[in-house]
Design a binder for this molecule. Sequence first.
Ligand code: V1P
Ligand code: CA
Ligand code: ZN
Length: 390
Amino acid sequence: HNGITRPQGYTVSWHANPAVEAHHFGQSHPMKPWRLVLTKELVLAYGMHHAMDLYLSRAATFEEMADFHTEDYLDFLRQVIPADMEAAEQSERMAKYNFGDDCPIFDGLYNYCSLYSGGTVDAARKLVNNQADIAINWSGGLHHAKKTEASGFCYVNDVVLGILQLLRFHPRVMYIDIDVHHGDGVEQAFWSTDRVLTVSFHKFDRDNFFPGTGSLDSTGPSHPSNPGAHHALNVPLNDGIEDGDYLQLFKDIIGSCVETYQPGAIVLQCGADSLGCDRLGCFSLNVTGHGSCVAYVKTLGLPLLVVGGGGYTPRNVSRAWAHETSILIDAADKIDPNIPETVTFRNHFGPDYSLFPPLSEMRKIENKNSKQYLATLVSTIREQLRYMQG
Ligand code: V1P
Ligand code: CA
Ligand code: ZN
């Protein structure tokens, strides 16, 4: 083999199901489950699968998904078919549950949702049962779904389901979200509890960037007697943030959060739409910069559930998630930055065929985050953490 061996002293589990990858949101829709095929091809070509326990995700049951979602909503999700998109008699319920352009109804929708959710639930249970120290489900991370509605390409909130599993064992769980969008569904689900600290880094522009929530001052319920007060943290960013600044900010904030909150487990949503050159995103992170955040979280040494999320330039999504897999199995230094000749669909990685193309140089977006602004973010959040302590 090519020298990739199991990491020393800890176990990594990989949760996937090829049936997820076969689903299509529609021609012009930016969400491409196919990016998971490219990710898996890279992981296999590098031989990373030798270093992990591999599990075929099973479908989450209706009851498991009902740990968060209402039965009404799940019933609709289970029975709706693509023809209903046009049918007048369904339009009221379609609107009620927020189906439409962002969240279309496609063939196998319920199967898709239950499989990516089953992966995250399984992954969380591996951690709780001590069968894994790090568990990965790149098909999960669908952080916008609400209790009774779909939102932003997300139908079932697998992240919430995974955290609920971890809460059966851990008194406190910390959620970190590096997707370019605000992790509003996860934040909202745990808004009123002090048992989950949610921290999202995202582009924030109330009027012009989805979903428009996640301002610096929204830290939980306003009434101080509500246990959830101060247990939501938001890091609103502007266009064009680059590797160095992002990583420093990430370490400063996450380091302080862990020190103060002392979580028993961490869930890390690795949305890859925060990379430069993303079709929907507006940050300038490179694969290495994005990966450094994952590497930092790994150094904290806590049980870690890693999920995917957004990411709309499939070749870069797969580069990032393959690189991050190598970090999690402690093999980043054994990976050839030149993408192996044996990778299926290798043509997608041309003309450079590198795992680390200079994304931040390829579509220059002016960095609108001043040093002063970033310093204010860190000091404000440290202040907010003091309130959390009580
Ligand atoms: O901006 C909106 C809505 C539609 N307007 C009425 C406001 N939607 C965004 C949704 C982005 C979802 C991101 C999901 C994730 O965080 C997690 C998986 O990454 C949107 C955008 C956009 N540029 O923000 N929808 C679409 N683009 C879209 C484009 C073509 C076809 C369908 C949807
Ligand atoms: Ca985020
Ligand atoms: Zn996103």
